[in-house]
Write a protein that binds this ligand. Structure first.
Ligand code: 9MR
Length: 842
């Protein structure tokens, strides 16, 4: 390419007022501006917090506030433009101002002393003009800034721009991620008893020696790698190595092979102890409608977003999009979906469901006070308080009685137009709108409300009843409107979240309603659904748009009286076998391997791990637990990019996820995302301009960049942290299986009450000497008078302890105790999971 190298002495010259011809542009060198035509939204353009860039009629426009003193009080710009010393650049743009204004157009150093390489004062008219300048770069730098300084006006005005172009300099360099040492490990570490595998990137095709070294660089184990050929997900020739036989706990281990030494890692039993709480704490700082307290999250405090305080225009009295409805709703609260300020019922649904499911899987693992949230100390598990924040919002999205589509749920509420970054929630000036009700949203509400009805019953019976009523109403409304789909083109100002097949949402909702009520209507629906028997275990995993798996997992794990429950449980094991086979064949141990990776692939990886973890819960077979542990290695560093996707976990970890308020990469005064935030991860479709510029042609694992502008590969969302929370709670669970088998039978019931007998059998080889048995009730049941054991109950968790005289259980022997229960509304299902002295029985 010929470079336009005019020997200009002046720093810049204004040469013409006409747009460049194509030939001219060709001569001028490569384009350096990303998305100067605003065809793909406003990214990676940014603005100061007092204005919002939105696309209008193909141009990027912003309302510039009046009453500022200096030009730099309002800025719109783009970062990271490379300049080459001595090269001449052509800079062009179209701009308009209403009313007419003089602005400042600069190309400058992005930090103090803000050296200007080009400075112009375009006189902008209402109809707009094209501007053209040239300048010669006096220095080389990788990150010059193009900015429009638009402040200093007493009156507000409107600015629009288009066709922003900076031509010249070097061809954009091919982006090469820094992938560090070629030995890839879980940088956080390995569990002493767990599998320990690593991946080596090498040209070699024959086995190579590997050595495991401790922190003193002493070799403690060694072996040979296994060549695995070229891996399609990365395009790399790789070997795997297995050091699972080494089990000694310690810090600072490294693996060496092929002359390369891995990043350090630990071997520790407590590796995952903090992760469940960190993954769950993420939700508090995603909350809308409440001030985030800095004392609870130092560095993250911020005023309440969207509580009807200017410049916010929501969320207390939100109208519909024009023509959709003529009422307003108070939909304050809930969690912001992701890095945007939208709130979407379908995505909120799976997120709150997975939090409640993590709780329901092992209620005793979740306590009050774990998450440092405002509700800590109220006597209820924090995870339920956090989930309730979202569930209340979902309830508020239900169409009121007497209105068209009463009982359905509005699909979403969000800004009328997309906003730029950074923008704290309370500073969002956009009008907010309710979008039409959808069957998918309605079924998400039915499912989560039915689930909430049973889980909140021990703590707040009124809230439980409100949920059950809402679930029934939503179910009936969905049945009456079974094909009201969200418009796939309704994606301005928020995501579309459209889904043209809601038969899976119907199945999931029916499953939850059946589990909670035991009623025939829901049982019949479940049994007749094609999702009840079909192979629903897609390689690509499940997510907000594929929810049949949620129904199947719930029916398999939560006690219920389905006639073919044994088959349902077996089907989960079949799904797990499928993911296990994919993982075993994958040299990076990935239980997900489609030829192209989906948007948010990390959450699909984690959801496939949920299926394998559930198979472990159902069968106690170690191979499934080992598979979950190995899957986590990928998330935490054993991958082609040699990085962890969880903020704060591992030496090199994602920290610039796309977010309007954790936008430190754009504004050093703002924080990075909190510790425990999952990045969406590799996405082959690279929809955002930054990823397109840097990653075009990427192999799946390489379709990722830890940059705030890469919203397609590096966002954070409530529905991606939810499987992280679920899986990490599973991983933090240190127990194996105890040598006990428990039979629980409710024999005899009367309105509101029942009597139950529990038999504990010692199926091991060692005698038990003193025991305590723990289980949790499914809904609001309470244990009362007991015989043969002392019973105590906290929330829904019951603990039975021996009475000394029956504390010994010899191998092969049994002890029996019983109790009277109350509050057995609904199906009163028998608990199925029991822990003896804290360890789950077989
Ligand atoms: O996670 C969503 C992904 O499955 C969809 O393909 C994509 C396009 O509709 O949208 C993703 O969700 C985004 C949503 O639309 C807006 N908030 C941020 C979400 C994560 O990027």
């Amino acid at each position: 390419m010929t470079r336009f190298r005019a020997a200009l002495l002046a720093l810049f010259t204004m040469v013409a007022l006409s747009p460049a011809t194509a030939a001219q542009a060709e001569d001028e060198g490569p384009e350096q501006i990303v998305n100067g035509t605003f065809d793909t939204g406003t990214a990676p353009w940014w603005s100061t917090g007092n204005t919002t860039l939105t696309v209008q009629d193909g141009r990027a426009c912003a309302d510039i506030p009046g009453g500022t003193a200096n030009p730099w009080d309002v800025i719109i710009g783009q970062n990271d433009l490379p300049l080459v010393e001595g090269d001449t650049y052509a800079y062009r743009f179209f701009a308009s101002a209403t009313p007419a204004k003089v602005g400042r157009a600069l190309i400058q150093l992005p930090v103090d002393p803000w050296t200007q390489y080009l400075s112009a004062a375009p006189e902008m008219s209402v109809s707009g003009n094209s501007y053209s300048f040239t300048f010669t770069a006096p220095v080389s730098l990788p990150n010059a800034q193009v900015v429009f300084q638009l402040g200093g006006s007493a009156e507000p005005w409107r600015f629009c721009m288009d066709d922003v172009s900076l031509r010249g300099g070097a061809e954009p360099e091919e982006y090469e991620p820094d992938t560090g040492p070629r030995v890839r490990v879980n940088m956080v570490g390995y569990l002493p008893a767990g599998p320990k595998k690593a991946t080596l990137v090498t040209e070699a095709t024959e086995p190579l020696e590997w050595e495991l070294k401790d922190a003193d660089k002493q070799t403690v184990a060694s072996g040979e790698t296994v060549p695995r050929g070229v891996d399609g997900s990365s395009g790399q020739n790789v070997h795997t190595l297995d050091f699972g036989s080494y089990r000694k706990a310690g810090e600072g281990y490294t693996l060496t092979a092929d002359g390369e030494t891995s990043r350090p890692f630990d071997i520790a039993a407590g590796l995952y102890d903090r992760l469940p709480a960190d993954a769950l704490k993420f939700y508090y700082t995603q909350r809308s409608g409440i001030e985030i307290r800095d004392d609870l999250r130092p560095g993250y405090g911020r005023p309440a977003g969207h509580v009807g305080v200017a410049p916010n225009q929501g969320d207390v009295e939100v109208p519909c999009q024009p023509g959709v409805c003529d009422y307003t709703l108070n939909v304050k609260g809930g969690w912001y979906d992701a890095g945007d300020h939208g709130k979407y019922v379908v995505n909120g649904g799976i997120s709150v469901h997975q939090l409640m499911a993590a709780y329901e899987r092992d209620k005793a693992a979740f306590e009050d006070g774990q998450l440092d949230i405002p509700e800590s100390g109220n006597g209820r598990p924090d995870i339920l308080d956090e989930a309730r924040w979202e569930q209340e919002f979902l309830l508020s999205m239900q169409v009121p009685d007497g209105e068209p589509f009463a009982g359905m749920a509005h699909h979403k509420i969000h800004d009328r137009a997309w906003t730029g970054l950074p923008l704290l929630p309370h500073l969002d000036p956009q009008p907010r709108e309710l979008h039409p009700p959808s069957t998918a949203a309605t079924l998400n509400l039915a499912a989560t409300a039915a689930q909430a009805a049973r889980l909140y019953a021990p703590y707040d019976s009124a809230f439980a009843a409100r949920n059950l009523a809402a679930a029934r109403k939503a179910w009936a409304a969905a049945r009456a409107n079974p094909e009201k789909y969200a418009d796939p083109n309704d994606g301005i100002g928020g995501g579309a979240y459209s889904d043209g097949d809601v038969s899976d949402e119907f199945y999931w909702a029916a499953a939850e309603l059946f589990i909670t009520t035991g009623e025939k209507e829901f049982r019949d629906f479940v049994l007749a659904s094609p999702h009840h028997t079909g192979d629903i275990w897609r390689e690509r995993g499940f997510d907000w748009g594929n929810t049949a798996q949620l129904g199947r997992l719930e029916l398999a794990t939560v006690p219920n009286a389905l006639p073919d429950r044994a088959r349902v449980r077996q089907s989960v094991v079949e799904g797990a076998e499928k993911y296990l086979a994919i993982q075993t064949a994958h040299p990076y141990g990935l239980p997900y391997n489609p030829p192209d990776f989906d948007w948010g692939s990390n959450n699909l990886v984690l959801n496939n791990m949920v299926v394998m973890a559930t198979a472990y819960d159902l069968t106690g077979q170690e191979k499934y637990r080992a598979a979950v542990r190995e899957g986590m290695d990928y998330i935490l560093g054993r991958n082609a990019l040699n990085q962890s996707y969880v903020t704060g976990y591992g030496e090199v970890a994602s920290k610039n996820q796309h977010s309007r308020w954790y936008a430190r990469q754009l504004d050093p005064a703002l924080p990075n995302p909190p510790v425990g935030t999952l990045s969406g991860g590799p996405n082959s479709a690279i929809q955002d301009p930054l990823a397109q510029r840097l990653l075009t042609g990427c192999k799946p694992q390489f379709c990722y960049i830890d940059h705030i502008e890469s919203w397609a590969t590096n966002e954070l969302t409530i529905n991606w942290n939810s499987p992280l929370a679920w899986v990490s709670a599973f991983l933090a669970d240190r127990g194996g299986r105890a040598d006990c088998r428990v039979r629980y039978s409710a024999h005899g019931s009367w309105p509101g009450g029942f009597t139950a007998q529990v038999v504990i059998e010692n199926v091991g080889k060692k005698p038990v000497d003193g025991w305590s048995l723990r289980w949790s009730f499914l809904s609001g049941q309470r244990a009362g008078h007991a015989w043969g054991a002392a019973l105590s109950q906290s929330g829904s968790v019951v603990t039975a302890t021996d009475l000394r005289w029956n504390g010994k259980i010899k191998p092969g022997q049994k002890v029996t105790f019983g109790f009277n229960g109350t509050n057995a509304s609904g199906p009163n299902p028998a608990p199925e999971v029991f822990h003896l002295d804290g360890v789950r029985c077989k």
